[in-house]
Design a protein around this ligand. Sequence first.
Ligand SMILES: [Zn+2]
Length: 105
Amino acid sequence: MNYCEKCHHLNHNEECSYCGNKKLRSITDGDVCFLIEKPMIWAEMLKEKLDNAEIPFECVGGMGAAMAIKAGPYLENYQFYVPYIHYSKAKIIIDEMFSQDQSIE
Ligand SMILES: [Zn+2]
């Protein structure tokens, strides 16, 4: 598995399929990986689940205040990042939460 230092996405390929970065390196357990992006209503639920599972995470608000005012607070997206060592566990939680309403890559 490769890791993109620019956008923190995991990649199966040599090149980042999200930002086009060609200089990927092998992932290590401590690397903080992009997990998922979700609107605020889901983000609160996900935070609770991750807390319960004792998975450390970072949650970053997506669009910033100006965009949120335009689009409405419930459309603001949050990005979740977890250390790679917890990634597969977090992914299972995500799959359980969202498998019913949409497909997860
Ligand atoms: Zn990237």
